[in-house]
Ligand binder design. Structure first.
Ligand code: MLT
Length: 406
């Protein structure tokens, strides 16, 4: 008899965004005449930057010629991309990261999901609430939690992000080993200052813990005082892994390219207390389970770092930030308290009452799709998330409809 991994039975029946999409499809089937505005899942709508398209086309042409054709590439990514990342995303900001600490992949979702595999079964987890559901669900699948009770999994330390702490959680008051952080935050849009990140890094160093830092929305930071990378904090290389993505930076959600940074100094321990370089384990895993991102996609990603690419990526993220500003201002004028939307494409809106009921009301009355805060965790209740990934016209239309509905 083939038995299942019954940890999967602890999960909610569907992944948050799949569940929402199902609900919206059912509504749309019943009301085919209604034109919906999507401000739910954070999926980009604008085309790829010209510089990426040009590099992409050129690389496809290379694949069409026997002299320039390429088969398997290095699992960790081509040097041309890893070198550009190390230089532009880190060294230029004073963070001493080298190309051989970078692992190119097909998504930050997969990387943040897979990284837990290299740690022991009995590590203690600290997970923000609200949270991007992947961090939690993958640990549930791996059997690191107990069953769910009142919307929380037993055995997890939840880091509450609430209006009272500005959605930046306090340091844990109990021992934990693996800490997930995401700034600019998904879903709240909150950002962490240098001092706040330093407190986390210092705590991790003192407690031999490790931080998984998701910086997928880094390209939306406009406040020059905010750190873009955790490695801008001294000592972070020993205790942090960082995840980045071209999805929200350069519109790659359908193209797939991201990377993880695992510094050589980053250390974990055997049960007997012997130090082990986390980088070597991740490299071993990556080489065993992954064959690299396709050559044309890596060329397209590398084009982000040229002068044209930099300008175009800035224009792209500025476009979404203008939508975010429009939505935030309109929602504030309607009387809602909002966070995010300035250094982030997400606006976290405080609402009265049940967030799924609010979601249904917006869908049915206004034809606007948002994400109910409760889908991100217990502390998300009383909030909805609005995504700025749409056209300005649609964002304005959504705001008009919401105002008319209230
Ligand atoms: C979101 O809406 O939170 C994101 O688009 C999901 C993702 O990046 O996987």
């Amino acid at each position: 008899m083939i038995t299942i991994n019954d940890n999967y039975l602890k999960l909610q029946s569907s992944y948050l965004f799949a569940g929402i999409s199902q609900r919206v499809q059912t509504f749309q089937k019943e009301h085919p005449e209604r034109e919906l505005v999507w401000m739910g899942i954070g999926d980009v709508t604008r085309p790829l930057p010209d510089a990426c398209i040009t590099a992409f086309h050129k690389a496809v042409d290379e694949m069409a010629d026997a002299r320039t054709f390429r088969g398997y590439g290095p699992s960790e990514g081509y040097d041309f991309l890893r070198d550009a990342i190390a230089q532009h995303d880190f060294q230029a900001r004073g963070a001493d990261i080298s190309a051989d600490e970078i692992f190119v992949s097909d998504g930050a979702k997969c990387d943040t999901a897979n990284i837990q595999e290299i740690f022991a079964q009995d590590i203690r987890l600290a997970i923000p609430d609200p949270v991007y559901p992947v961090y939690l669900d993958t640990n549930v699948m791996a059997g690191r939690t107990g069953p769910q009770q009142d919307g929380r999994y037993q055995g997890v330390t939840y880091l509450d992000s609430t209006p009272a702490n500005g959605y930046v959680p306090a340091l844990p008051t109990e021992p934990v080993d693996l800490i997930y952080l995401c700034f600019p935050n998904n879903p709240t849009g909150a950002t962490a200052t240098r001092e706040q990140l330093k407190a986390w890094v210092d705590w991790a160093r003192e407690n031999k813990a490790l931080i998984l830092f998701d910086a997928a929305y880094e390209a939306y930071i406009r406040d020059e005082h905010l750190p873009h990378s955790i490695y801008e904090i001294p000592g972070a290389q020993e205790v942090a892994i960082e995840f980045r993505s071209y999805s929200k930076t350069a519109g790659f959600t359908g193209v797939r390219c991201a990377y993880a940074v695992v510094p050589k100094a980053c250390t974990a321990w055997t049960a007997a207390g012997k130090p082990v370089a986390v980088r070597d384990l991740w490299s071993r895993r990556h080489n065993t389970k992954f064959n690299g991102v396709s050559y044309p996609v890596q060329r397209a990603a590398a084009a982000v770092y040229g002068a044209d690419g930099q300008r175009q990526v800035r224009a792209l993220t500025d476009y979404y930030l203008a939508n975010a500003a429009c939505a935030r201002t309109a929602l504030q004028e309607m009387g809602f308290k909002c966070t995010g939307g300035d250094n982030s494409p997400y606006i976290w809106v405080q609402i009265k009452g049940d967030s799924w009921a609010f979601f249904d009301r917006l869908l049915q009355k206004a034809g606007v799709v948002c994400t109910p805060g409760a889908g991100f965790g217990r502390c998300g209740e009383g909030h909805i998330r609005m995504s700025a990934f749409n056209s300005l016209e649609n964002t304005q239309e959504a705001m008009r409809r919401i105002a008319a509905t209230l």
